[in-house]
Design a protein around this ligand. Structure first.
Ligand SMILES: [Zn+2]
Length: 103
C-alpha cells in the first residue's frame, strides 16, 4: 500500500481537514503521480456538501489534476517516470458496462 495525505471532509457538514490514508499499489496500466496542482470548483463543493445526493465520505474534493509521474505500471507505454501528466474528472473504467462498451 502507498501512504497518502490529503485534505478531506468526513461528512456533509465537516470542514476540510488533513487526512492520511493508503492507496492500492500501482497496477500494470496505472501511473502514479506526485500531485502538483488541482482544481477545486463548484462541483467539488456540491459533492462535499452532498447537495446532489449520493456523496461518499471521507471525500477529497478536487479534480483536473496535474502532477509529475513517479512510477508507471508494467503495461504503460505512453508515459515514463518524470513526465507531466494531467488527469481529467473521470478516471478508470470497468470495460464491461453499457457506457464503457459504447466508448
Ligand atoms: Zn463501465
Amino acid at each position: 500500500m502507498i501512504a497518502a495525505k490529503a485534505y478531506a471532509v468526513q461528512s456533509a457538514t465537516d470542514k476540510l481537514g488533513e487526512w492520511s490514508f493508503e492507496r492500492r499499489e500501482v497496477g500494470p496500466s496505472d501511473v502514479q503521480i506526485e500531485i502538483l496542482y488541482c482544481g477545486v470548483c463548484h462541483s467539488d463543493i456540491h459533492q462535499a456538501r452532498n447537495e446532489w445526493g449520493g456523496s461518499k465520505y471521507p471525500m477529497v474534493p478536487g479534480h483536473e489534476i496535474v502532477g509529475r509521474i513517479t512510477k508507471v505500471g508494467a503495461d504503460v507505454t505512453k508515459f515514463k517516470e518524470g513526465d507531466l501528466a494531467g488527469i481529467g474528472c473521470l478516471v478508470d473504467s470497468c470495460h464491461e458496462c453499457v457506457n464503457c462498451k459504447n466508448g
